[in-house]
Design a protein around this ligand. Structure first.
Ligand SMILES: [Zn+2]
Length: 303
């Protein structure tokens, strides 16, 4: 009896121990399984994030490639456009640099003057651009500087015509280049343009016969224009019809450069002069530093 009770107690203890072990193993198993499930889930989330990141990076890369392609295409198109412009400019010019077709350049020397605005009014009314050669001593007059600015604003060109207009100083004393540089700097100060073209007072012949001054002109990067037609307007006060007669008589070539001055008789005749050239089929050119052509009485190709 005693033994059987002892056995029973021992069995119960064993059963408890077994139960305890089973509970413990189950708990461990559950913890292990939960951890595993959790880690699988986390792993999945991480993998998904990496995948998303890769997709995003790829999209950014594709976008950059696309942008680069667009940029390259734009560069290419711009090059083609520039080429076409150059080609066109070349086609519009002859081998001597002169424009093709009939073109007349109206030029006015010795300004600015109190008549500059009235010249501009006529040119505007006629829709004609012209080339002015201005003198430093006049450019310095502050009351004329508004007109000088207007010349540029309305699409005309201003070149230099020396400070003094004095033959002795310019040619005998060889002050041509220093005076032209000073004049061009004055034009720049007033208008902001950077002209390189000058007209020699009294023309380049005979003043620039000596090569010494011409070498200085070349070294200074200055260009020089004489003319193909002398209207002699300055000496025709009271005989303004004669100005047009002179011009008509001398107009022969496809490209003409007409010398005139800011004189009242010239102003009065200007509309007639423009009409004459228009009727003859000439276009009106304005000087442009980028499209220079040689025109000087010394036949110096460097000028
Ligand atoms: Zn002059």
């Amino acid at each position: 009896m005693k033994t059987s009770r002892r056995n029973k107690r021992a069995r119960i203890r064993k059963a408890r121990i077994r139960f305890g072990i089973i509970v413990l193993v189950t708990i461990f198993l559950m913890i292990f399984l939960i951890g595993k499930i959790h880690s699988i889930h986390e792993e999945g989330v991480l993998q998904e994030a990496i995948k998303q990141e890769a997709i995003q990076q790829e999209a950014i890369k594709q976008e950059a490639i696309q942008q680069e392609a667009i940029k390259q295409e734009a560069v290419k198109q711009e090059a083609i456009k520039q080429d076409a412009i150059k080609q066109k400019a070349k086609q519009q010019k002859k081998s001597d640099g002169k424009p093709k077709g009939k073109v007349v350049y109206l030029t006015f020397d010795d300004g600015p003057s109190k008549l500059t605005d009235q010249f501009l009014d006529v040119l505007k009314e006629q829709n004609v651009k012209a080339t002015f050669f201005m003198q430093g001593s006049n450019l310095k007059k502050t009351n004329l500087q508004e007109s000088v600015k207007r010349v540029i604003r309305e699409g005309h060109y201003i070149g230099g015509h020396s400070m003094s207009h004095d033959y002795q100083k310019l040619y005998t004393n060889k002050q041509f280049v220093p005076e032209m540089n000073e004049t061009l700097a004055l034009i720049h100060d007033i208008t902001g343009t950077n002209p390189r073209l000058v007209r020699a007072p009294y023309g380049s012949a005979p003043g620039l016969r000596s090569e010494r001054i011409r070498n200085q002109i070349v070294e200074s990067g200055i260009k020089l224009w004489d003319w193909t037609i002398d209207s002699n307007d300055w000496r025709l006060k009271g005989h303004r019809n004669q100005i047009l007669e002179n011009i008509k008589r001398e107009t022969k070539a496809d490209v003409e450069v007409v010398l005139m001055h800011e004189k009242s008789q010239t102003l009065q005749e200007l509309t007639e002069i423009i009409t004459f050239y228009r009727d003859k089929g000439y276009a009106f050119g304005v000087y442009n530093d980028d499209n220079h052509f040689v025109l000087n009485f010394q036949n110096d190709e460097r000028l």
